[in-house]
Design a protein around this ligand. Sequence first.
Ligand code: KIV
Length: 264
Amino acid sequence: MRKKETISSLQSAKKSRKLTMITAYDALFASLFATEVDMILVGDSLNMSFGGRPDTLSATLEQMIYHTEAVCNGAPETFVVCDMPFGSTNTKEEALANAVEVFRRTRADAVKIEGGAKRADLVAHLVDNGIAVMGHVGLLPQSVRSEGGYRVKGRDEESFRTVLEDAAAIERAGAFALVIEGVTPELAAMVTEEASVPVIGIGAGAQTDGQVLVWSDMLGFFEEFKPKFVKRYMDGAALVKEAVKRFTEDVREGRFPAEEHCYK
Ligand code: KIV
């Protein structure tokens, strides 16, 4: 059994070992991932990969709590982070009340909040009130509609500087770690170098303190589209389809159930 990570063990990993995080939305998959990864993220990406919706924006706090509780049940010895969904952190007061609700109703160890310098006060307010916060800077999926798409940051001077400032502000506000998404490797490397907390990348090159991937992307269950930054570690969709095909053929041709599947 792996020893459960803590904020201090995660922070002391910076510069000594690479951190791994994977998303999970249910107890079963969380239990399968728990033996290997340092952290599990209950990402609002569940709205897409679990809910079949086009983006993360309609995920609700209730859904995040339900799935976080399931993940904590499946992986009680793993550090679990719950994503705060779009619209649940509009003001300091609302953000604190909603994060407290997450902590009351689940055993999550931390929450993740998307956004840069403009959200620094809000992050500080949560940290001051005993909520561990993981920041999320760079490409912000919750801004997909306001930005008119998913835009990689750091290709121009302005976005390069903005993300550097965002990361510094969120660290100063007390975040124990940062996710950096959808940025050039050079920008991610500079953020990682300047931050004293662990920086976990997704679509951000190899120079970060760790990596996170969405489980259905990395296990090849999501067939429609493979983002450039995803490495598929298995062809989940093909395996499932093949197994279901064999089941239906077995039933139709009388091979299942066989004697060993019947009660005596
Ligand atoms: O919601 C999510 O899965 C995330 C990761 C992409 C970091 O925020």
